[in-house]
Design a protein around this ligand. Structure first.
Ligand code: C5P
Length: 198
């Protein structure tokens, strides 16, 4: 799963997984990037479409990686016509979007699930809280640093968090970190699903 601000990281992960030999279904929000060559590409515009796309395929997936920075809210109503300008202030009512990752982990037999956490403070404790609350198998934490890194840049710096340890994946290009991440995900997935190792 990916969308604009997290697009590069999501696309890099899809590319790494494909090169590691996985069949990859990429559900992507709008980006200005060329998507990697994946097994199946599904383009969506809204969080609700993304959720529907996930629900259509998730039963067949062994591993789910949620990279998209899904908006927490959406406008309650969408007008079909342009709003006329006036001097009066206006209000837009926002309603919560579905949490796609949480909907995956609350299934009766969820795939091995990896979420992302972008934090500006207390990176590891906040990411660990997210791991528990979202019932994910792994959370990938990235510090939102100076200059807005990782948003809109080639670079990132990641810490992988499981229910026991923190593994510092270091800093580098999103593609390098995606390769490292896939190398860390694979043995953990096989450890929980020994029969699937062929
Ligand atoms: O709750 P928060 O946005 O901090 O959690 C981040 C993780 O949850 C990411 O993996 C993101 O893709 C996922 N998420 C989601 N649906 C939402 C919000 C976040 O799947 N509506």
């Amino acid at each position: 799963l990916t969308n604009h601000s997290s697009g590069k990281m999501g696309y890099a992960i899809a590319d790494s997984a494909l090169r590691a030999g996985a069949d990859v279904t990429l559900i992507s929000g709008p980006t200005n990037l060329n998507p990697p060559g994946v097994t199946k590409l599904h383009s969506v515009t809204t969080a609700e479409e993304m959720l529907r796309g996930v629900n259509e395929i998730i039963a067949d997936m062994d591993i789910f990686i949620g990279v998209a920075a899904v908006a927490d809210y959406r406008p309650k109503t969408v007008r079909s016509e342009k709003l006329k300008k006036s001097d009066a202030s206006i209000q837009i009512e926002l309603v919560p979007n579905p949490d796609i990752l949480a909907s995956v982990t609350s299934r009766s037999s969820p795939p091995f699930t990896i979420g992302f956490a972008a934090e500006t403070t207390d990176l590891v404790p906040n990411a660990r809280k997210k791991l528990r609350e979202k019932k994910a198998d792994l959370i990938v934490a990235n510090t939102v640093g100076q200059g807005g890194v990782p948003f809109g840049t080639e670079f990132n710096s990641l810490i992988l968090i499981d229910h026991r340890d923190e593994i510092d994946l270091g800093s580098g290009t999103k593609q390098l970190l995606a390769d490292r991440l896939i190398m860390e995900i694979a043995p953990r997935y096989y450890a929980t699903n020994p029969s699937s190792h062929s």
